[in-house]
Design a protein around this ligand. Structure first.
Ligand SMILES: Cc1ncc(COP(=O)(O)O)c(C=O)c1O
Length: 447
């Protein structure tokens, strides 16, 4: 068998994206502008309907899908701005799974609030094996200080939001909306907290654009499930704008979406009340700074990539599903535990394929990763739990208190899963994985 070199997650960029970027560069408008606004409307339409073919320049669609999604320069910025909109600040607590990427927690720290980690269930969710929070533990750590919980739709699999909403509603009496008197910028956030009236459900859907789940008996796409959601369009994601991300939210009774959208614009553009497009009109030089805020907007060059990626996205999701089905068959044959992306009521975006090699230690897992790499197959580990990281250890967290997160991590290997893989590449990965992993499996499964 001839050796191949399999990259872990290269971007899938076609001529369509390249041509749209070139057209943007030639257009005279390269920062936040018409392409970013169109991408926002098209993402809103996709989140609502799962469709990428709605003409969002048509008058009715233009109105319907404006002020629903905000494109930004990363998911990390989107997460932080979601918390800012929610008024999360010093003295507050936000519950975060111990099993996630740092942004889920660091965005909380940026707002001055305390991160409260929760362990995952043993071997993850019963059906999908996604490393989902232990919901009994989650309920137990909700206090009067809790302002939000973050559910991470890891690898593209949507969490059990029915359960999460049930918990936050049950704990409604503990929730205390913020007092706005000490901060002139908090008016909207205090109205949002009062209107939601319970701990906010925030989704980290960095991996999960296009994923869906039946929630409350209705199929809903990520972005239309939690109170506030963030997406990542980083280069390794299913859908990319090189760097990039977006925020979205569900309707909040009594609060105008235009007001929420406007606040995101202020937060992401220095607190400047007139954006670059408006300022560029002849004679329109004057602006005010209404808050000392941040700079994390998306450019039209990034949005150009996104517009053409979105056209291709259904096809990209389908290709991921085809590869996942082959990996599932391989793992089932070997007796290797794996995430199940398509289960009753859940349709994943197929972002990551996590496998767990039975009965091996962290050391042996590392050896397997080297064995695969020697054969040209580049794998990864998602994730080393946050209580193992210096940043979180130094503020008092200890992995000993998160035994299920450690257990899940210790024998985990993430396989390459992307749309640049040919069928031959997939067959090669399967052959190599079987060969290398079989050396470490108990006799029964090795045969
Ligand atoms: C679960 C999760 N959340 C957030 C992020 C941050 O995304 P970004 O790089 O767009 O800020 C990532 C990035 O990989 C992630 O995996």
């Amino acid at each position: 068998m001839e050796k191949r070199y399999i990259q872990f997650s290269p971007p899938d960029i076609s001529d369509a994206e390249i041509e749209e970027v070139a057209a943007t560069l030639k257009s005279g408008w390269i920062t936040t502008g018409p392409r970013t606004k169109l991408l926002e409307r098209r993402l809103a339409a996709f989140i609502e309907s799962g469709r990428v073919d709605i003409d969002c320049d048509r008058e009715d669609a233009y109105k319907k899908y404006s002020n629903r999604v905000v494109c930004l320069n990363s998911a990390t910025a989107a997460e932080e701005l979601n918390f800012r909109l929610l008024g999360v600040r010093e003295g507050d607590e936000v519950i975060v799974p111990a099993y996630t990427y740092t942004s889920t927690a660091s965005a909380v720290v940026h707002c001055g609030a305390k991160v409260v980690f929760v362990d995952i269930c043993k071997d993850g969710d019963t059906f999908s094996h996604m490393p989902q929070m232990d919901y009994a533990k989650l309920e137990a750590v909700i206090t009067e200080k809790t302002k939000a919980i973050v559910a991470v739709d890891l690898g593209g699999i949507v969490c059990d939001y029915d359960k999460i909403y049930e918990i936050v509603n049950r704990k409604r009496d503990l929730f205390k909306p913020m007092d706005k008197h000490d901060n002139p910028y908090d008016d909207l956030s205090s109205r949002i907290q009062a209107a939601i009236g319970r701990v906010a459900v925030v989704a980290d859907s960095a991996h999960s654009l296009g994923a869906s789940r039946v929630v409350g008996g209705v199929r809903r796409y990520c972005g239309d499930i939690a109170d506030f959601t963030s997406f990542s369009f980083h280069a390794v994601k299913n859908f990319t704008t090189a760097e990039g991300g977006a925020s979205t939210w569900r309707d909040i009774e009594g609060i105008n979406n235009e007001e929420i959208y406007h606040q995101y614009q202020l937060y992401s553009l220095h607190g400047q009340n007139v954006d670059a497009m408006a300022k560029s009109r002849i004679g329109s030089w004057e602006y005010d700074i209404v808050g000392p805020w941040y700079k994390c907007n998306m450019t039209d060059i990034m949005a150009a990539i996104g517009l053409r990626q979105l056209d291709r996205y259904p096809m990209l999701l389908k290709r991921r599903r085809d590869i996942i089905e082959k990996y599932d068959a391989m793992c089932d044959e070997l007796g290797v535990m794996h995430m199940c992306h398509y289960t009753d009521g859940v349709e994943s975006s197929g972002h990551l394929y996590l496998t767990r090699i039975p009965s091996v230690s962290d050391e042996v897992r590392r050896e397997i990763i080297v064995g695969l790499a020697d054969m040209g197959v580049n794998t990864n580990v998602h994730y080393k739990p946050l209580p193992m990281m210096t940043a979180y250890k130094s503020i008092g967290w200890d992995i000993k208190d998160f035994p299920q997160a450690y257990d899940y991590y210790a024998n985990l290997i993430t396989l390459p899963l992307h749309t640049k893989l040919t069928d031959d590449d997939v067959d090669y990965i399967i052959t190599v994985f079987k060969e290398v992993v079989s050396r470490y499996l108990p006799e029964r499964t090795a045969q």
